[in-house]
Design a protein around this ligand. Structure first.
Ligand SMILES: N[C@@H](CCC(=O)N[C@@H](CS)C(=O)NCC(=O)O)C(=O)O
Length: 226
């Protein structure tokens, strides 16, 4: 199986965590010349986003959530989900809420990262939604998420990498405080995930890659924010 991703992709990092937790080897081809918007990659994924998993049959699976569920179904051991359907639903809801109500807003601020091109009204509006979304996730985590057979669950693939992106983008937008910091339960969860061997290593790699990209681009490293 091949995974198209990049060292700075938090969505690709979710898949890396799941693959490592399950002991799955993934080939990692370079992105085609022309990048995500070039014809070669668009023929693979017309949504023009990574990660993309390509199976041995050449079937393409896009969207990190679908990829994670595919890996879980094909390689059920060790499971990244609890056995009980109601508990599995709690994991799925946590990820869906993070993606729909937090990540979507974070991503919509990307065109505004450059202060010269920033529309402060759009950013304010998205930051408000992003904070509301984080408050919902925090409320949800007040009761600890169910554990899975593997030491990490699908939520532990998705939520720490999402919080990592939230922290990074908050810093790039110059927000006074990382929105996660308003919620001790999120800070505590993130710290615990940093100490989890697989998740912690992937988060550190993400930080390192992004830091090098920033420095090469003449921006300050944000490594100390994580
Ligand atoms: N909903 C997608 C989001 C993937 C995503 O936003 N990927 C980013 C990299 S982390 C991307 O490909 N961005 C390129 C772009 O939007 O042009 C998923 O869960 O896979």
């Amino acid at each position: 199986m091949k995974l198209y991703s990049s060292g700075n992709s938090p969505f690709g990092a979710r898949v890396t965590i799941a693959a490592r937790a399950k002991g799955i080897e993934l080939e990692r081809p370079a992105l085609p010349a022309g990048g995500l918007k070039g014809p070669e990659f668009l023929a693979i994924n017309p949504i023009a986003k990574i990660p993309v998993l390509v199976l041995e049959t050449a079937q393409v699976i896009v969207e990190s959530d679908a990829i994670l569920h595919y890996l879980e179904d094909r390689f059920p051991k060790p499971s990244l989900l609890p056995r009980d359907p109601a508990e599995r639903a709690r994991i799925d809801v946590a990820v869906r809420v993070m993606d729909t109500y937090v990540m979507a807003s974070v991503i919509r601020t990307f065109p505004h990262l450059d202060p010269a091109k920033r529309d402060a009204r759009v950013v304010d509006d998205e930051v408000r939604r992003w904070k509301d979304g984080l408050a919902v996730v925090a409320g949800y985590l007040a009761e600890p998420l169910p554990r899975a057979e593997a030491d990490v669950s699908l939520a532990d693939c998705a939520l720490p990498t999402a919080l990592h992106l939230s922290t990074r983008i908050a810093a790039m937008l110059g927000l006074e405080e990382d929105p996660m910091k308003a919620h001790p339960v999120l800070v505590d969860y993130y710290q615990r995930m940093k100490a989890q061997p697989i998740v912690g290593a992937v988060l550190r790699d993400l930080t390192e890659y992004q830091s090098q990209t920033d420095v090469k681009a003449g921006r300050p490293s944000l490594a100390d924010r994580h």
